[in-house]
Design a protein around this ligand. Structure first.
Ligand SMILES: [Cu+2]
Length: 150
């Protein structure tokens, strides 16, 4: 029993040491979708890069710009694309997960103020291990619908 606890503790310490030297996820090309002033929702897109040797799971997000932020994906239901809330977005070990129009995204629900183009929106990501990532993303229009981000 005691041995198990010790093992768990050393795993925890190891994790913190790794995080101290490398961010849990690197976020690139992030932006929040520009929406009409009457819209009460928007979405945030980005690329999540995982430099570690094990998967990292994003489990929660918040923003001062909206009442709630949900993790969403798109699925085909009877030939129609629908958004669906999911519990986590996983980034594979040494891999990249794309949050992009038509796919995974962070849904900002209940915007407190209309978004202005080029305004910065603060978003906080929470990972499964409890670590937090602070983002500041610009508001930009989505060009050409489902265009791939590079
Ligand atoms: Cu959505």
């Amino acid at each position: 029993m005691l041995k198990h606890i010790t093992l768990a503790l050393s795993a925890l310490v190891f994790t913190s040491l790794v995080w101290a030297h490398q961010p849990p996820l690197e976020v690139q090309h992030g932006f929040v979708r520009a929406v009409p002033p009457t819209s009460e929702v928007s979405a945030a897109f980005m690329q999540l890069h995982n430099p570690h040797d094990r998967p990292v799971r994003l489990v929660h997000a918040t923003s001062p710009a909206s009442e709630v932020v949900e993790l969403h994906t798109h699925t085909q239901v009877d030939g129609v694309m629908q958004m669906r809330r999911i519990d986590a977005i996983e980034v594979p070990a040494q891999g990249v997960t794309h949050l992009q129009p038509g796919g995974l995204h962070l849904m900002l629900i209940g915007l407190k103020q209309p978004l202005r183009r080029d305004q910065q929106v603060e978003i906080q990501l929470e990972l499964e291990d409890g670590s937090l990532i602070e983002l500041s993303l610009p508001v930009r229009p989505v060009e050409g619908g489902h265009r791939h981000q590079h």
